[in-house]
Design a protein around this ligand. Structure first.
Ligand code: 13P
Ligand code: SF4
Length: 364
């Protein structure tokens, strides 16, 4: 669909009140019934996530989609790589939709296939092929497929440690894509010294590494990051402890190594939620992750203090692109028999990406 048409369509939704949007979304959802499943990532805003049949992290949501074969339409309120994963894991008869195609992930976009192939050629040549690639689920389907073709596996922030152990046991060395920080935090947690983890910068010749670094390093970290999680600093940790003595600091492993070292606990989205849900009333938490999830946790657990590690709002602006207007437009289009914003991974890429995803699921 041409952008002009899309803009005109959305303009029809711009003036609707929150109440009208709620009513129309609810009506369209009801009309589509079991033909539709709406998935909402933890970082989505309340006005959108309240319509989700399931709320979860990226992997859980994709698996849930695969477990609902009767749903013809999977509307993924999240970002592009998540909708791709849902398309890879769901059946051929299912259609995955991303309400706003501009909802990308800047981290996933930091590794493209050509750059990764150049890096891989250099690393495998220098290391006699004894290296396996691992990619964080926050990567494009093309990168997942590359990893599948080259004997590697996908990981999430919950299982990165196990997947990295698996890769190092089989390949001696690993290339970790596309998040430098999750890779470093995971490698360090496995006892690998910082000096044995080299950062490959795709914008420099030979990744900006010397021959010795390429030969001697154990883990190669792709130079990519999450701009949301990189906002947190060790000073924020210090400040939170001064402002609220006794507070526990919990950080997502996409935060820098320095922040993770300073925090009391480090864990994935699901881990953070579990810790706070199970925490005793009266406990206090400073959380280093996306603000919508933190605010929701605070709202749902008023007897615990849950604040962001940074007073300035750390919001994922691409997650925020999914608006009630986009959701309403998507669902009403489906009701009128029109599929908009379909995410469809080509069969070749899908096949290899699935190999990498399945390897992850088999690692215990
Ligand atoms: P999850 O894999 O935990 O859903 O996290 C996705 C993400 O984008 C974190 O920044
Ligand atoms: Fe990507 Fe960061 Fe947003 Fe997660 S929070 S979707 S890694 S930009």
């Amino acid at each position: 669909m041409a952008t002009a048409t899309l803009d005109t369509l959305l303009a029809n939704y711009a003036d609707l009140s929150a109440r009208e949007l709620d009513d129309r979304i609810a009506r369209a959802k009801c009309e589509l019934g079991s033909r539709l499943v709406i998935l909402g990532h933890h970082y989505q805003r309340d006005e959108v996530v309240k319509f989700a049949d399931y709320r979860g992290d990226s992997l859980r949501l994709s698996q849930l989609a695969a477990g609902r074969p009767e749903a013809e339409y999977i509307v993924f309120c999240g970002v592009h790589f998540m909708a791709e994963s849902a398309d890879i894991l769901s059946g051929d008869h299912q259609t995955v939709i991303l309400p706003d195609l501009n909802a990308g992930c800047s981290m996933a976009d930091m590794a493209n296939l050509e750059q990764v192939e150049v890096c891989w050629e250099a690393l495998t040549a220098a290391n006699s092929g004894k290296i396996l690639p691992v990619t964080y689920i926050n990567s494009t389907a093309a990168i997942k497929a590359f990893v599948g073709r080259n004997g590697g596996a996908v990981c999430t922030s919950s299982n990165a440690r196990k997947v990295m152990e698996w890769a190092l046991a089989r390949g001696e060395k690993a290339l970790f894509l596309p998040d430098e920080h999750l890779g470093r935090n995971t490698g360090y947690g496995l006892g690998i010294p910082l000096e044995q983890m080299a950062v490959w910068n795709p914008r420099e010749v030979d990744g900006g590494l010397t021959g010795d670094q390429i030969g001697d390093s154990r883990i190669f970290l792709w130079k990519g990051h999450c701009s949301v999680h990189m906002r947190f600093s060790p000073e924020h940790v210090e400040h939170a402890r001064k402002a609220h003595p006794g507070i526990r600091v919990i950080a997502h492993p996409e935060c820098s190594w320095e922040v993770c070292q300073a925090a009391d606990e480090v864990g994935s989205t699901e881990y953070i939620i579990k810790r706070i849900v199970e925490a005793p009333p009266g406990s206090a938490w400073a959380v280093g992750t996306e603000i919508h999830m933190i605010r929701r946790l605070a709202h749902e657990h008023p007897d615990r203090m849950v604040v962001s590690l940074d007073d300035c709002v750390c919001m994922c602006s691409t997650m925020f692109r999914i608006s009630p207007q986009h959701l309403c437009w998507t669902l009403e289009s489906l009701c009128s028999g029109r599929v908009v914003n379909r995410i469809q991974v080509d069969p070749e890429t899908k096949g290899w990406a699935l190999v990498a995803l399945n390897r992850m699921l088999e690692i215990r």
